[in-house]
Design a binder for this molecule. Structure first.
Ligand SMILES: *[C@@H]1O[C@H](CO)[C@@H](O)[C@H](O)[C@H]1NC(C)=O
Ligand SMILES: *[C@@H]1O[C@H](CO)[C@@H](O)[C@H](O)[C@H]1NC(C)=O
Ligand SMILES: *[C@@H]1O[C@H](CO)[C@@H](O)[C@H](O)[C@H]1NC(C)=O
Ligand SMILES: *[C@@H]1O[C@H](CO)[C@@H](O)[C@H](O)[C@H]1NC(C)=O
Ligand SMILES: *[C@@H]1O[C@H](CO)[C@@H](O)[C@H](O)[C@H]1NC(C)=O
Length: 516
C-alpha cells in the first residue's frame, strides 16, 4: 500500500526553475555568496537503532564503510551520553545532556515525547534552527519511542522545523506499523515490496532528493529501525551469516563479581538457552543491517547523480551500543560499559580528507552543534551542552580542541510489580529475559565521568543505589573493564574524579565543555 507522495510541485515548474535558477542566484546572493562562498553544504544524518561498534556491529556494512568511512573520517572514540533510545535521541536533537533536556527513559512519564518535551526542548531543537537557516528539512523513520501515540500528541503532531515528516509511531518495527506522514496517519502491513520499513525510508529519501528545490540546501535525517528488535531481515538476507556467532572474547560470559548489584545477578556461565538466543539475535541484527547498507549506497548514488555529493556532509551513527553476552548479560543496552556507550560515527563531506581515523572523543550531544556549524549558524547563539567537531574532521575549515572530560548519565527503568514469569525476582526490575536475567532496575541509575585525553583513559562511576556503589576502570590497561579498581586508586584521585562528576552532573552549556 502507501503511495509515494510527490511534494514540491509539477515537474515542468521544476524544469523552468532550474533554467532560471542561475540568474536568480546571481541576483539574490551577491553579498552573502561573496562572503561565504557557495550555497551552504547539504547535510544527511543517518541514525541507526541500537547498533554497537564494539562487538563488530559495523562489520556487515561494507558499502557504508567504503562510501562514508573511507571517503572521510571514522571516529574511533564516539559515545552516547546515555545508553537508551529515547533519552539518547533527545540528546541528539537538543545537543544537551539528559539532566538538561529532562528525558529520563522511554516512557511518557519519563518525558519521552511528553507534553513538557514538546513545549520545551523539542521546540528549540536543532532542526528548528536549521529551518531558520533556510534548509529544506526531511525526516524519515523512528523518532522517539512514544512519538505519535494518543497521549503524546497523536500522529497529528509534527515537530517544528520539519518540512517533510515520515515518522514511525512508537518503537522500531519492520512491518505492520503506522507512520505520521506530515501529520496524517498511514498504516502499513507486511508486504516486503510495499512495506519493509528500511526500504521505504530509502525510497522516500530518494524521492525527497529528486523533488527538492535546488536553491536551498537540504537536511535529511534518516532513522531506520535496524538493527533493533524484532530483527526482521529482508527476505533476500534471511539466510546470510548462518555460521556467525556473538564474539566470545573480552568480557563475554564473565561474571561481574566486583560490579554493582545488577551485574552480580546474572547466571554465569550462561545456560545454552541464553547462548542460543543471543547468537540468533546477533546474526539477525547483522542481517537487518544489510538493508541499511543498501540504503546508504542508494543515497550516495542519488546524491552523485543529482550532483550534490561533493557538497554534502553525510553522518552515520547510532543512538546507543548493545551487548550480547558481556558479563553474562544476554542482550540489551543500558549499562555503563564500552559495548553500550560506544557508537559508530563515520562522516564524509567538504574539507574532510579521506581515510582518516580520528581519536578525539566525540559525543552524540555534539551532533547538533556540528550540523549547525556546517550550516553557518552562530554557535554562540545556541543553548547546547555539546560542541562542534568540525575542527577535528576538517581542520582546514575550523580551529578548535576536543574536550578531555565528559559525562555519561542514566536513569534505570523498572516495573513496580514483580514479573509474573520470574516470581523470585521481586519488584523494581525490567527487561528480565531470557532465563530471568534482568537488564535494568530503578537503581541501575548512575553517572560516570570519562577522562580521555590521549594520555589517560579512565572511567569513574557512581550509582544512586542503596550501596552508593562506585566503579572505576583504567581502560588503557583494562579495555574490557574486567577489574573494578576502586579499592586500589589513590583516594585523592578518587576525590578529584568525584568533584569533576558533581560539576558535570549540574553543568549547562559552557560549563559542560570547560570542566577541569
Ligand atoms: C582509502 O583506503 C583504502 C584502503 O587503503 C583504499 O583502497 C582507498 O582507495 C582509499 N580511499 C580514498 C578515498 O582515498
Ligand atoms: C519532564 O520535563 C519537565 C520540563 O521539561 C520537568 O519539569 C519534569 O521534571 C520532567 N520529568 C521528569 C520525570 O524528569
Ligand atoms: C502483520 O499483521 C498481520 C495481521 O495481524 C499478521 O497476520 C502478520 O503475521 C503480521 N506480520 C508480521 C511480520 O508481524
Ligand atoms: C522501494 O522502491 C523499489 C524500486 O522502485 C521497489 O522495488 C520497492 O518495492 C520499494 N519498497 C518499498 C518498501 O517501498
Ligand atoms: C520513567 O521515569 C518516570 C519518572 O521518573 C518514572 O515514574 C517511571 O516509572 C519510569 N519508567 C520506567 C519504565 O521505569
Amino acid at each position: 500500500m502507501a503511495r509515494e507522495r510527490r511534494e514540491c510541485g509539477a515537474p515542468r515548474a521544476r524544469r523552468l526553475l532550474a533554467l532560471l535558477l542561475p540568474l536568480l542566484l546571481l541576483l539574490t546572493c551577491r553579498v552573502r555568496c561573496a562572503a561565504a562562498g557557495d550555497k551552504p553544504s547539504n547535510i544527511v544524518l543517518i541514525l541507526a537503532d541500537d547498533q554497537d561498534v564494539h562487538l563488530g556491529g559495523m562489520t556487515p556494512m561494507k558499502k557504508t564503510k567504503t562510501l562514508i568511512g573511507d571517503a572521510g573520517a571514522t571516529f574511533v572514540n564516539a559515545f552516547t551520553v546515555t545508553p537508551l533510545c529515547c533519552p539518547s535521541r533527545s540528546s541528539v536533537l537538543t545537543g544537551r545532556y539528559p539532566h538538561n533536556h529532562e528525558v529520563r527513559n522511554n516512557s511518557l512519564t519519563g518525558n519521552c515525547s511528553s507534553a513538557a518535551w514538546r513545549a520545551g526542548p523539542e521546540a528549540a531543537a536543532f532542526p528548528v534552527l536549521l529551518s531558520k537557516q533556510k534548509y529544506q528539512t526531511f525526516f524519515a523513520g523512528k523518532y522517539l519511542n512514544q512519538y505519535g501515540k494518543k497521549d503524546a500528541g497523536d500522529v497529528g503532531h509534527v515537530p517544528p522545523g520539519w518540512d517533510q515528516w515520515h515518522a514511525l509511531v512508537g518503537n522500531s518495527q519492520y512491518y505492520n506499523y503506522t507512520l505520521s506522514v506530515n501529520g496524517k496517519e498511514e498504516k502499513h502491513g507486511d508486504s516486503y515490496e510495499a512495506d519493509y520499513l528500511t526500504d521505504l525510508l530509502m525510497n522516500r529519501s530518494l524521492h525527497f532528493l529528486e523533488d527538492r528545490s535546488p536553491q536551498h540546501p537540504f537536511f535529511l535525517m534518516i532513522s531506520p529501525p535496524a538493527p533493533h528488535s524484532p530483527w526482521t531481515a529482508a527476505p533476500q538476507y534471511q539466510k546470510q551469516f548462518s555460521d556467525v556467532k556473538a564474539p566470545r572474547d573480552g568480557s563475554f560470559n564473565k561474571a561481574g563479581k566486583d560490579k554493582h548489584w545488577l551485574l552480580r545477578q546474572p547466571v554465569s556461565p550462561m545456560p545454552d538457552s541464553s547462548l542460543n538466543f543471543l547468537d540468533s539475535a546477533y546474526r539477525k541484527r547483522w542481517q537487518t543491517l544489510l538493508s541499511l547498507d543498501d540504503l546508504v549506497e542508494a543515497l550516495v548514488q542519488k546524491l552523485e547523480s543529482i550532483k550534490e555529493l561533493d557538497n554534502t556532509y553525510i553522518f552515520y551513527t547510532s543512538d546507543n551500543g548493545y551487548h550480547t553476552g558481556q558479563f553474562s548479560l544476554p542482550i540489551d543496552k543500558r549499562q555503563l560499559y564500552e559495548f553500550d556507550i560506544r557508537v559508530p560515527l563515520l562522516v564524509r563531506g567538504p574539507g574532510i580528507k579521506p581515510n582518516q581515523t580520528l581519536q578525539a572523543p566525540v559525543l552524540n550531544i555534539d551532533l547538533a552543534s556540528t550540523v549547525l556549524d556546517i550550516s553557518g549558524f552562530n554557535l554562540s547563539m545556541v543553548n547546547v551542552d555539546g560542541q562542534s567537531f568540525l575542527p577535528q574532521m576538517a581542520p582546514s575549515l575550523r580551529n578548535g580542541t576536543a574536550r578531555p572530560f565528559f559525562l555519561v548519565e542514566y536513569t534505570g527503568e523498572g516495573h513496580p510489580t514483580t514479573d509474573p514469569s520470574c516470581p523470585k525476582l521481586g519488584p523494581g526490575l525490567s527487561q528480565c529475559f531470557p532465563d530471568c536475567v534482568c537488564e535494568d532496575a530503578y537503581n541501575n541509575t548512575y553517572a560516570c565521568v570519562r577522562t580521555l585525553d590521549g594520555q589517560h583513559d579512565l572511567q569513574y562511576c557512581e550509582f544512586a543505589d542503596s550501596e552508593s556503589f562506585v566503579e572505576v576502570y583504567n581502560l588503557t590497561s583494562d579495555p574490557h573493564q574486567l577489574e573494578n579498581i576502586v579499592k586500589k586508586v589513590d583516594p585523592a584521585v578518587l576525590q578529584a574524579m568525584n568533584q569533576r562528576l558533581i560539576k558535570l552532573q549540574s553543568c549547562q552549556g559552557d560549563s559542560c565543555r570547560d570542566v577541569q
